[in-house]
Design a protein around this ligand. Sequence first.
Ligand SMILES: NC(=O)c1ccc[n+]([C@@H]2O[C@H](COP(=O)([O-])OP(=O)(O)OC[C@H]3O[C@@H](n4cnc5c(N)ncnc54)[C@H](OP(=O)(O)O)[C@@H]3O)[C@@H](O)[C@H]2O)c1
Length: 318
Amino acid sequence: MTTVLVTGANGYVGNNIVPKLVERGYTVRAQVRNMDVAKMRLSQYQDRVEFVQADVTDRVSLVALMHGVDVVIHLVAIAIEKGKATYEEVNYQGTINVVDAAKQAGIKRFINMSQNGASSALPYRFLKSKGMAQEYVARSGMDWTALRPSAIFGTQDEFFNSIARLVQLTPIIFPLIGGGKAEFQPVSVLDVAEATVRCVDDETTIGKELLLGGPEVLTLGEIEERILVALGARRIWFPAPVGLLRLPVAIMETLLPGSPVTSSLLDLLAVPNVVKDNALVNHFGMDPIPFKGEHIAYLRDNNVGDTLNIFFTGKKLK
Ligand SMILES: NC(=O)c1ccc[n+]([C@@H]2O[C@H](COP(=O)([O-])OP(=O)(O)OC[C@H]3O[C@@H](n4cnc5c(N)ncnc54)[C@H](OP(=O)(O)O)[C@@H]3O)[C@@H](O)[C@H]2O)c1
């Protein structure tokens, strides 16, 4: 039986991949940092998943993770830096550590969750760190596959839920961030999880970087509009150029542990997040879930109390 190790299993993409692996009969080992969170988020799978505590910045902790593993699905990354957890330390060096530990254990297959737009050539540190990490994976000599999703939506997402939370705190007007022109191809976490799990036994994905996107290209303005519709809310738009947002966002980041908008998020708006050759359709033959209607009804689960709690404590509630 194939044993699959999922790093970052406690995260939002990991929470969707682990159940699919279990349901398809794989033996699953889940790398987590916090056992209590794992048991809360993946409680249904407690008896069928082996949870192992490790940190990708601690090479020693990775050794025990790899024993008996056939395939690694590497998800760990941070989108917001906190303290010593920098993009370089976690996204780049952390990936090097996981790849090296897997190779030392004789593991051949490595599936890396990269990011649409990630490139070592970019000046933006988040996308650069993800690009450098993927380059290391591609040079590893392993049978690798890289998945490069556009912005992922789903119940626990940070990006779209943050916009929904901001709407709740701005009763009349709402900023059209960066003029609302940045383009995305929002992709459902269910589709990303499905494609990732299919890669485990799909040898035709080896050595490929597969771009994953939803069925539509949407500007940020269109996304904000759909979120308002989902929330049943109306707001008067005012265009907020990125240059003007930099200072207030920097202040918000300093004051609020769970700031809904960060400087690195503003950086991401400069890079088109559109998928040119959508592997969900062209490789996997899937019909991607659209960012609308019932598929984004989860955005209504945000309430003002939870929103303030997240902004002021930085703690995820789900
Ligand atoms: N979300 C998106 O829109 C999107 C789009 C494209 C690509 N991706 C990629 O998809 C992957 C998964 O993202 P996600 O949205 O699921 O992120 P997430 O919810 O933040 O999950 C990331 C996981 O990584 C873990 N982690 C962070 N630092 C760690 C460390 N030093 N050692 C071990 N584990 C650590 C976190 O553990 P704790 O729970 O203990 O904090 C968390 O469980 C990432 O590689 C991301 O770049 C995401």
